[in-house]
Write a protein that binds this ligand. Structure first.
Ligand code: ARG
Length: 457
């Protein structure tokens, strides 16, 4: 922009123009920039700082700039530095001198902070919607497959039988906490920075409350220096996104495992699978793998901005321009991941026979046998030791628990009686009838509760 370089004797070096320009990414803020400028023009007129006529002219011009951008008719020139200057330059071309009045009582520092807050607020509401959608998919799957039994794992070793629905609802809970984190982040993003000027506030009789109302902010920033240099809200979005991606990545890992030939718990829909360029038999879970992989990139952007901001003196520093690409990429990655995961889950098929078969392998009822002895009067630690010996015996004799005779059981404890053979996968699940447990009764209640929660989100 030539007019902001009047004090210089020469134009910027070509490399400097390229190095400092943010237009190739911050053009994405154009609609927020224009909304902010319209509100600002209206406020200036309301306060008698410019005339109503000037405000109307500016507003019409701004609407036209927005249309030009939307229709692809707008020419973006890197030498215009950023979207704020690009919009203003076009306004100058269109309106002449009056365009120069728009920046009264405003700086690019409070302008960019405003644009980014408006963008982030919208990103949060889209994120909340996408989380809710994925939660609804999980509830639907839990409800539709209520009786399916699978091994629950610790250390990826079969541990205790659980209902598949219980496993699925674990992700509902994680996403609910994610939802809360984004809602919380919204509270602190929903603060109007405009009116802070470059750093010290502005020397005009402005009306920030009016701006807040025009732009839909619930609060007005209380400290101009903080308002132009704060990017906590971006960091908070990225942090919440990192946790949410971590959850998706855990889900992704399970989808990869479960769709493997070794597990065969699920079959992914063709629309959510990819082939191999070499091996014709392959049906690969690339969507899940990419979700897992993209988690790294989201963490990286968070670390990037934290590092950029570390030790920045107050107030605005150009370093802050580095906030946008990471945020945009994080929002794009999280939203696309949430959406594609909803589709992938909604279309996959469970293989209940294979899950059931996996439950029957191993010694998944060992805890139930321990509990059995405890019920008969043995102390828990002794019972644990007895069952450990029993299992060691079974392993050595190449037997599973249900292949052992009552006599064999009784070699390890006289407390065993015929009813020990009534311990089954079903009885194991039914026994876990505590709040948060995997019994069908509890899971049915959990589904009901999840539906209520999802309705009120
Ligand atoms: N493009 C800049 C950014 O994204 C806008 C603010 C520029 N302010 C300034 N004083 N140079 O941070």
């Amino acid at each position: 922009m030539s007019h902001i370089r009047s004090r210089f004797d020469k134009p910027p070096d070509e490399l400097v123009v390229k190095y400092t320009s943010s237009l190739h990414f911050d053009w994405r803020l154009y609609s927020y920039d224009i909304r902010g400028s319209i509100a600002h023009a209206r406020m200036l007129a309301k306060q008698g700082i410019i005339s109503n006529e000037e405000s109307n002219t500016l507003e019409k011009g701004l609407v036209q700039v927005a249309e030009e951008i939307e229709q692809g008719k707008f020419e973006f020139k890197p030498e215009q530095e950023d979207i704020h200057m690009a919009v203003e330059a076009r306004l100058m071309d269109m309106l002449g001198d009056v365009a120069g009045k728009l920046h009264t009582a405003r700086s690019r520092n409070d302008q960019v902070a405003l644009d980014l807050r408006l963008y982030t607020k919208e990103a949060i509401s889209e994120t909340l919607g996408s989380i809710r959608k994925l939660q609804q998919t999980l509830i639907k799957l839990a409800e539709g497959n209520k009786n399916m039994i699978m091994p629950g794992y610790t250390h990826l070793q079969p541990a205790q039988p659980v209902l598949l629905a219980h496993h699925l609802l674990a992700y509902f809970e994680m996403l609910l906490r994610d939802f809360g984190r984004f809602e919380d982040c919204l509270k602190r993003t929903d603060v109007l920075p405009l009116g802070s000027g470059s750093l010290a506030g502005v020397a005009y009789n402005t009306n920030r409350q009016f701006l807040a109302e025009e732009l839909g902010f619930s609060d007005v920033s209380r400290n101009s220096m903080d308002a132009v240099s704060d990017r906590d809200f971006v960091i908070e979005y990225m942090a919440a996104a990192s946790v949410c991606m971590m959850h998706l990545s855990r889900m992704a890992e399970e989808i990869v495992l479960w769709s493997s030939a070794e597990f065969k718990f699920i079959e992914l829909d063709d629309a959510y699978s990819t082939g191999s360029s070499l091996m014709p038999q392959k049906k690969n879970p690339d969507v899940a793998e990419l979700g897992r992989g993209k988690t790294g990139r989201v963490y990286g952007k968070l670390m990037g901005l934290l590092t950029t901001m570390k030790a920045l003196p107050l107030t605005y520093n150009r370093d802050l321009q580095e906030d946008k690409e990471g945020l945009f990429d994080t929002v794009d990655t999280l939203l696309s991941s949430l959406k594609v995961f909803s589709g992938m889950l909604d279309t996959l098929k469970f293989k209940p026979e294979n899950m059931r078969q996996a439950v029957n392998q191993g010694f998944i009822l060992a805890t139930d046998l321990t509990d059995y002895l405890v019920c008969k009067g043995e102390s828990f630690r002794n019972a644990h030791g007895i069952i450990a010996h029993l299992i060691s015996y079974a392993v050595k004799n190449d037997k599973t628990l249900n292949m052992l005779s009552l006599d064999e059981y009784r070699k390890f404890s006289a407390l065993f009686e015929a009813d020990v053979q009534k311990i089954t996968v079903e009885s194991s699940i039914a026994a876990r009838n505590v709040t948060g447990g995997t019994s069908l009764k509890q899971v049915e209640q959990a589904i009901k509760k999840a539906k209520e929660i999802a309705c009120n989100l």
